[in-house]
Design a protein around this ligand. Structure first.
Ligand SMILES: Nc1nc2c(ncn2[C@@H]2O[C@H](COP(=O)(O)OP(=O)(O)OP(=O)(O)O)[C@@H](O)[C@H]2O)c(=O)[nH]1
Ligand SMILES: [Mg+2]
Length: 599
């Protein structure tokens, strides 16, 4: 009975959005905005460059509507993302256990025949056979070409992939860290996220930070959190415990997250009829994977159209807001005379301007603040490490087997967690500082421009960066790669103790080397805070540059307008009025659209 209701519901869901119709409507609204390009008066008012930009945004939104629905599988390194994808698809498609040299982004989608190619950053491609997708072969091919790889595009005749694309990303915080920018890009264009964590390191602080900073702001409709490697646990009870633990940790951040405890490896073995890794809990693991697969289908794949339309309509809203700010800004500049505009533009372009001097002062202030923070963090860390020392000293009751199996995870996670805890608290402070400075800079620009505050703050928001900014906090996570290196060093440190299976020897080996470990951690902390300092300073430069650029562009536009005849000016004022009309019209159309599709 329940099953019937569920099926009926999902059928209804499918009926509730007519994707072709909805995307056609969105395209019509987008076409409306093309008047910005074709109406001469508007072109004159907004400037040619601006109307050109419109094209880019428009094609971005169109791409969002037209492209396959994209599910991005993401998570820290070596959590079993690729294994999970293979298990989900029931065949070995993406390579697993890859070495850093073979790390790639894999895009898997549907085609009625297998087809795969290695795509290089310069646009060149190499066709790959199914066999060449194996790690050993790929390694040789990538080494031989020694060109930077963009991704591997894999098309397979797998029913599940119809209309969707699964993106397998390399681990965040990969030692090489070369993919982070690319992953950001995929995240912006993702429709849904599957976040993979490991049951052996259940949601570390760095993973939590990543979720908060990069996934949360994007307002995904649903978040699937997959706790993988459950086969490594001893019993169903333990599986249950770990799943609950993660549920608690995640639900604070994402009330709409769905958590599954699975084993990609077990599922793959089950499908292929291979020996399962943990026979004690294999039934439970199979059930859990099946449930996850079913939910994925019902909650995401069946609803993919509506999710995709919603994301496109969000982008459209950003675009409309941006256009609106720009029109307001130009309108306010029109009130200034030519001389005043020239002075303004001189002030902005002058390398020795008062404005730049003030940016330098702001940077210095932030630098001092970060210095203080790093001292505070190291004091705090020293305390933390001595607490941990006592805990290790008092761990007689833990068996040598457990220590050998889990102790390095405990160490790595605790130390990383403590560092993330410090930097998290400090980064929040720094974010507030940067925000204040940004506002101060906007005000300083504002004082000279003498336009209203609301307009100057909209300068900061203006442009596509508004959409991008959902992703900016990723840069705020300091030194992911350093934390990874630190993890490796701790691992080395713990594993070097050769204690021939004796518990006491194991503990004393760890304690003997403890000072060395402490020094290592403090040195890493210095590096992390150094990076935060550099990052803050670069961030201020970027914000300042952006503010100046946007202001100069508008001033230039106003200068051009100031030079025109009175009669032309009237045309421009008319143009701005028409622009406003279009903006308001599209705004109400988007609203009506969202209401109709219950977005
Ligand atoms: N026991 C167990 N091992 C697993 C499971 N999933 C993956 N592994 C193993 O973990 C290692 C890494 O797996 P991958 O699938 O390559 O992990 P990944 O997250 O894609 O790794 P990167 O892409 O390098 O970040 C491999 O040796 C897998 O066999 C699992 O569910 N259980
Ligand atoms: Mg992988």
């Amino acid at each position: 009975m329940d099953e019937n209701i569920k099926n009926e519901n999902s059928a209804l869901n499918r009926l509730s959005v007519d994707f072709d119709h909805a995307s056609e409507d969105l395209n019509l609204i987008l076409d409306e905005l093309l008047f910005f390009k074709f109406d001469n008066k508007i072109r004159k008012a907004m400037g040619v460059e601006y109307t050109e930009k419109l094209n880019k945004w428009k094609s971005n939104i169109e791409k969002r509507i037209k492209d396959d629905f994209s599910i991005v599988v993401i998570g820290d390194f070596k959590r079993g993302k690729s294994t999970f994808i293979n298990a989900l698809l029931g065949e070995k498609i993406v390579s697993t256990n890859v070495t850093p040299e073979t790390v790639t982004i894999n895009r898997v989608s549907y085609n009625d025949m297998f087809h795969s190619e290695l795509v290089f950053k310069d646009g060149r491609k190499i066709e790959l056979t199914y066999d060449e997708l194996k790690r050993e072969h790929l390694e040789n091919i990538i080494a031989e070409t020694s060109s930077p790889v963009e991704c591997i595009d894999i098309k397979v005749p797998n029913e599940m992939l119809k209309g969707i694309r699964i993106v397998d990303t390399p681990g965040i915080g990969d030692l090489l860290n070369q993919f982070d920018d690319q992953i950001k890009d995929y995240l912006v264009h993702a429709d849904a996220i599957i976040y993979i964590v490991s049951a052996l390191t259940p949601l570390s602080e760095s993973e939590k930070t990543f979720l908060c900073a990069s996934i949360l702001p994007q307002n995904f409709y649903k978040l699937f959190v997959v706790v993988n490697m459950m086969d490594c646990l001893e019993s169903e009870d333990e599986v249950f415990k770990i799943k609950n633990l993660i549920e608690n940790r995640v639900s604070d951040i994402f009330p709409n997250a769905q958590i599954y405890g699975v084993s990609g490896l077990d599922e793959y073995c089950r499908i292929k009829g291979l020996k399962r890794p943990n026979s004690e809990i294999s039934d439970m693991l199979a059930k859990s994977f099946d449930q996850m697969r079913l939910d994925l289908k019902e909650d995401i794949i069946v609803q993919k159209d509506i999710i995709q339309i919603q994301r496109a309509s969000n982008m459209l809203n950003y675009l409309i807001n941006e256009l609106s700010s720009k029109v307001q800004f130009i309108s306010s500049l029109l009130e200034l005379n030519k001389q005043k505009l020239d002075d303004l533009s001189d002030a902005f372009m002058n390398d020795n301007s008062e404005l730049l001097k003030r940016v330098a002062q702001h940077k210095q202030t932030i630098k001092l603040e970060v210095k203080e923070m790093s001292i505070e963090a190291k004091e705090w860390m020293t305390l933390f490490l001595s607490r941990m020392y006592s805990e290790i000293k008092n761990s007689e009751s833990i068996s040598i087997e457990t220590l050998e199996k889990y102790f390095h995870f405990y160490m790595i996670d605790s130390v990383r967690g403590a560092i993330m805890e410090c930097t998290n608290a400090h980064m929040k402070k720094i974010a507030v500082l940067i925000e204040n400075v940004t506002e101060a800079m906007a005000n300083e620009i504002n004082v000279s421009v003498s336009v209203s505050k609301s307009i100057s703050s909209s300068i900061v928001d203006v442009s596509w960066t508004n959409y991008d900014s959902a992703i900016v906090p990723l840069n705020f996570i300091p030194g992911f790669e350093m934390l990874a290196v630190l993890g490796q060093s701790i691992l080395g440190f713990v594993k070097q103790a050769n204690t021939q299976g004796q518990q006491k020897k194991y503990i004393s080996a760890i304690l003997d080397g403890y000072d060395q470990l402490k020094d290592m951690v403090l040195v890493e902390m210095d590096k992390v805070y150094g990076q935060i300092m550099r990052f803050s300073s670069e961030e201020l430069d970027k914000i300042y540059k952006k503010q100046i650029e946007t202001s100069l562009e508008a001033i230039q536009q106003a200068q051009d307008i100031a030079l025109t005849e009175e009669s032309d000016k009237k045309e421009i004022i008319d143009g701005l009025a028409s622009a406003n009309e279009i903006i308001n019209l599209t705004k109400s159309k988007v609203e009506a659209f969202e209401k109709r599709f219950e977005l």
